[in-house]
Design a binder for this molecule. Structure first.
Ligand code: SF4
Length: 374
């Protein structure tokens, strides 16, 4: 089928198949993909606002036994630089986050071989007791799967227990590419693709909101990339009517700096600005049932991310008061609260602060600009 026909079907709300997505990937010009994705963005977000959030990415522990080949963040158990955070060690960071106008921690970490449910529930309860207004966007599906295995519990039991202790929403971390050939090669110690999706399905049944991600541009084939999109869309279609499910989809290119994948296998990030813009547009086109598509300025920089706002994206993500994982593999870009809003305006949109539920929030009357020093 000609690509124009496929784009028209996407615009009318149809779910294109994996093969049809691949057809667009290979044959549709960037301008056509961007125009269709932009029209689909306007159908879903007609107010011309581009959302952003102030939050802080902090880590529970850097101890991990998963050995992902793209990760420079983790330390093996017993390493001199290994740490486990507690309410006490996180307290100053939370206080600083509020000073900068944030109200949320994106809290995730490694697969520690000994930290079970008790550590996480104690941490969440302790943080919520001290900071009741704090939101916890915490633990990706691989961590939920890891805790479930350690405890001999089901995903549902772990999620229910964590939600009861203060978990507000689940980030889409650790998806990489949801195909087990790829996962065996780059993140063998993490849960498989189907288990990742199953954790999200369960979260949606429990009315826990989530997001989905894709780290692409490493060893995956184009077929595997589109399989990833179609599987995520299928899980979103299965969510209970009353649940919001995946609130956003966030694709970003593999950051290669110093990673084992680059050092041992010579795999480099070859995703160009045009490749990324096309992937953003194709994400909007392939995922009509996910309202928000986020451009990852952290990995592709301001200029490319701004073009993405005209190619299907409607969200600029977080100013990331602190970020330790993607930055450790070379993502060099930084924004302050003023800087992110100026970049959105410069691209022709109205910046709108949001919370994790993608609800609009007013800018706090008092907020300091963070000093970027990481
Ligand atoms: S990406 Fe996460 S799971 Fe993989 S090695 Fe790093 S910390 Fe561990």
């Amino acid at each position: 089928m000609h690509y124009i026909e496929l784009l028209e079907r996407a615009l009318s709300g149809e779910h294109l198949s994996q093969e049809e997505g691949i057809e667009l990937f290979h044959h549709a010009p960037t301008a056509e993909l961007a125009a269709t994705a932009d029209a689909m963005r306007r159908q879903r977000k007609p107010d011309g606002k581009v959302t952003w959030i102030i939050d802080r990415n902090v880590n529970t522990t850097n101890v991990c036994v998963a050995n992902c080949k793209f990760c420079n963040f983790y330390r093996i158990p017993g390493h001199a630089e290994a740490y486990i955070n507690t309410v006490e060690s996180l307290r100053p960071k939370v206080i600083e986050t509020f000073r900068y106008g944030g109200e949320q921690l994106l809290l995730q970490g490694g697969h520690h071989p000994e930290l079970g449910l008790e550590y996480y529930t104690r941490l969440f309860r302790g943080l919520k007791a001290e900071f009741p207004q704090l939101k916890l966007h915490a633990l990706g599906p691989p961590e939920i799967a890891h805790i479930a295995k350690l405890e001999g519990m089901s995903h549902r039991q772990v999620l229910e227990t964590l939600a009861e202790a203060g978990l507000d929403s689940l980030p889409g971390a650790g998806a990489e590419i949801l195909n087990d050939r790829v996962r065996r090669l780059i993140s063998k110690g993490k849960c498989g693709g189907e288990e990742w999706l199953e954790v999200m399905r369960t979260a949606h049944q429990l009315n826990i909101t989530t997001s989905a991600t894709m780290m692409f541009g490493h060893i995956e084939t184009i077929e595997e990339r589109f399989e990833h999109l179609v599987r995520i869309r299928a899980v979103q279609s299965q969510k209970p009517e009353s649940a919001k499910g995946f609130l956003a989809f966030i694709p970003w290119p593999f950051q290669d700096d110093g990673t084992l994948l680059r050092r041992h296998k010579g795999i480099r990030n070859t995703v160009t600005g045009d490749d990324y813009i096309r992937m953003i547009a194709l994400s909007r086109i392939m995922l009509p049932n996910i309202i928000n598509i986020q451009a990852s300025w952290l990995t592709v920089g301001k200029a490319v991310a701004q073009i993405c706002l005209h190619s299907g994206a409607n969200d600029f993500g977080s100013i990331m008061i602190e970020e330790n994982v993607v930055s450790a593999a070379g993502a060099p870009h930084r924004f302050t609260a003023d800087g992110i809003q100026a970049a959105i305006r410069e691209a022709g949109f109205e910046p709108q602060l949001r919370n994790q539920q993608y609800e609009y929030r007013a800018l706090p009357a008092q907020m300091e600009q963070q000093v970027i020093n990481y």
